[in-house]
Design a protein around this ligand. Structure first.
Ligand code: PEP
Ligand code: MN
Length: 360
């Protein structure tokens, strides 16, 4: 099988996509490819040829000349190469220079018009495509982009989770928001998911911990940015690793298989969890049974549905009980918020349905 195509199947082994943020020179690419090829998991070189930069004075990529270097590199070192495409013109150029894989960047996934233009430009062309998550945490946009490719008959697809822009400072350049990517994964279980921990971290010192987290969650592999002299990189200098750092990090990472293997002990533990979850749901249903009566009573007493003092007291007591049992404060607050929201919604429904009945 073409090495690049292995990236588009779910395996019990991790895969590595690595390369510079931007292709800067033939020499830069050669200095990278030699050490990268010593990593058995390295299957695909990534390199930006057109760089989507926030400000116009940044390095925008070398365009066609960079494609000539990549073509030469591919022929000389027999390595499959991926480039980012953001328009039909990019697609045409990338195909002209025999690139093996295309990827859709975060700034393109945000716009269904751009995605559809690329899908149309690829009509009838069998080339694997990797789709990054959109800049912001809208999982439907990401799902929609995948669907556009699937609807056009493409099957060699992979997803790349590169984190999400967030106003709240998490320290990372793009917050991982793992749960959003896991929602996407639940929707497309057969699409391999890679983590671009370079763009998540924004700083090289955080890449290793994020990469291990990705493997702990069952990601198929990583997309990493690497540069022979990261501090001199023309783009994303803070988040690129030297190839030697990539090798050292890769050897430290523990890959975990996402495919469930039969284990009696795991089955027993899951059974315990299932029983507890059933109890939780029964208790929740029981709790919510009181809501209608409370709603009626509040109405009779002329009270509002939302009672701030009661809410504060509820949060406080539950946090104390939870802390005594070693549960995290943040977790219990979120849980209380969910239950409380449901209770408020049910009370509103109760009042509304009573109004409707009265008005007839
Ligand atoms: C990139 O991979 O070089 C890139 C521009 O990433 P993103 O689309 O994730 O910002
Ligand atoms: Mn980059």
């Amino acid at each position: 099988m073409n090495a690049a195509l292995e990236l588009f199947r779910i395996h019990n082994k991790p895969m590595l996509i690595a390369g510079p943020c931007g292709a800067e020179s033939m020499q830069q690419l050669q200095e990278l490819i030699v050490p990268l090829k010593t990593i058995p998991a390295f299957k695909l070189l990534r390199a930006g040829v057109w760089k989507p930069r926030t400000r116009p004075n940044g390095f925008q990529g070398h365009g066609e000349i960079a494609l000539t270097w990549l073509k030469e590199l591919k022929d000389q070192y027999k390595v499959p190469i991926a480039v980012e495409v953001a328009s039909p013109m990019h697609v045409e150029q990338a195909l002209k220079f025999n690139m093996d894989v295309l990827w859709i960047g975060a700034r393109t996934t945000v716009n269904p018009f751009y995605v559809q233009d690329i899908v149309n430009a690829l009509s009838g062309i069998d080339i694997p495509v990797m789709i990054k998550n959109p800049v912001h945490a809208d999982v439907k946009l990401w799902i929609g982009a995948l669907e556009r490719f699937l609807n056009s008959g493409k099957t060699n697809l992979a997803a790349i989770h590169r984190g999400f822009y967030s106003y709240a400072s998490s320290g990372y350049r793009n917050s991982p928001l793992w749960s959003v990517a896991l929602e996407f994964k639940t929707y497309f279980p057969d699409i391999p998911m890679y983590a671009d921990t370079s763009h998540m971290a924004g700083k090289r010192q955080w890449i290793a911990e994020l990469s291990q987290q990705a493997f702990n969650l069952g990601y198929q592999g990583l997309m990493l940015e690497t540069h022979p002299q990261p501090e001199c990189a023309l783009s994303d200098a803070d988040q690129q690793l030297t190839p030697n750092d990539v090798i050292a990090m890769w050897n430290q990472l523990e890959f975990r298989t996402a495919v469930s293997t039969a284990s009696d002990h795991l089955q027993t533990l899951r059974k315990c969890i299932d029983e507890r979850d059933k109890l939780i749901i029964e208790q929740l249903a029981h709790r919510l049974k009181f809501v209608d009566e409370i709603a009626d009573l509040k109405k009779d007493l002329g009270l509002t549905i939302f009672q701030l003092e009661r809410w504060k007291e509820l949060l406080h007591t539950r946090s104390v009980w939870a802390a005594e049992l070693g549960l995290r404060q943040e977790f219990i607050e979120k849980l209380c918020q969910l239950i409380h929201d449901e209770s408020i919604q049910l009370q509103q429904q109760r009042w509304n349905s009573n109004n409707t009945t009265n008005s007839f």
